[in-house]
Design a protein around this ligand. Structure first.
Ligand code: GRF
Length: 211
């Protein structure tokens, strides 16, 4: 049955099968539950894809263990070692090109990206954000929703653009805020929905790219 809380303007029925395998690269700095979801969906045939490389910027990021578990190459690019955001993005683009990445997925990459990266992956870079954009952009989106006392929030996958959390929306899912919610309990329920829409977004964008 269609889940009415999940809406994509591009492919409302979410039932997509790719003809060709898409090569994915992931940027992540956290625990990596979205990375794990992508890896598992590939394993189960729900995404006709191949995880080429994980790029992470935090040496102790939990996501590295998932890369090992799913046998995905991982590359540490520590932003502290680069003089500017552009320098870091140039290094990222080089790695993505070396690994022949077709589609870049930012899944918990807590860095602002520059035109260096965006122009190298036009319509080929997506990001997941824990709010119903355009509400609550930037960091602490879950806390922002709680403070605003909205009754419904959610998550969004969107194309990456030069303004933070502002590119074209690909898919969204709504999550109600319950009276006793803390930022942890709410973020947990938002993440359940993130793991639904992330694979759908990858399939939608891959289809748009001709896969
Ligand atoms: C997610 O909530 C995502 O929306 C935000 O960062 C978090 C990453 O979570 N951009 P995980 O590391 O994938 O579990």
């Amino acid at each position: 049955m269609t889940d009415l809380s999940i809406i994509s303007p591009l492919y409302p029925d979410h039932s997509l099968k790719l003809e060709k395998t898409i090569k994915l690269g992931v940027l992540a700095s956290g625990k990596g539950s979205n990375f794990g979801t992508i890896a598992q969906c590939i394993k189960e045939g729900k995404i006709n894809g191949q995880l080429q490389v994980l790029i992470y910027n935090n040496p102790s990021a939990g996501v590295t263990h998932l890369a090992d578990e799913y046998d995905v190459s991982k590359v540490l690019l520590n932003h502290r070692e680069y003089e500017s955001r552009e320098d870091l993005d140039r290094a990222i683009v080089k790695v993505l090109q070396e690994y022949e990445v077709d589609l870049l997925v930012m899944a918990g990459w807590m860095r602002v990206v520059t035109p260096v990266l965006i122009s190298a992956f036009p319509k080929r870079a997506i990001n997941i954000h824990p709010s119903l954009l355009p509400s609550f952009k930037g960091i602490h989106a879950v806390e922002q929703a709680l403070s605003a006392k909205v009754k419904i929030t959610g998550c969004t996958v969107h194309y990456v653009s030069s303004e933070v959390d502002s590119g074209e929306i690909i898919i969204q899912s709504a999550v109600p805020i319950l009276p006793d919610d803390t930022s942890d309990s709410l973020h947990q329920r938002i993440q359940v929905q993130e793991h639904q829409i992330m694979p759908m977004a990858i399939n939608i964008v891959a289809k748009e790219l001709g896969f």
